[in-house]
Unconditional design. Sequence first.
Length: 72
Amino acid sequence: MPTLFRLLITLLFLAGLAYAGMFALVTFVEVRPKEVTQRIPTRDLLGETGAPGGGGTILPQPNVTSAPATEE
């Protein structure tokens, strides 16, 4: 029976440490949101491999034009 109490007390102590750590993080750490941007090379968007002769994986060609769309 003493080992059961020792186990329970140890588990309660560890749970208390975890709770105290979470409480300390909430109390003392201030989150500063910031905007994050990441550049993606055009060749990755268009499926180009950059190798001469078009070697590498075969990806479908996107339907990309520089002309504005016309209403019909």
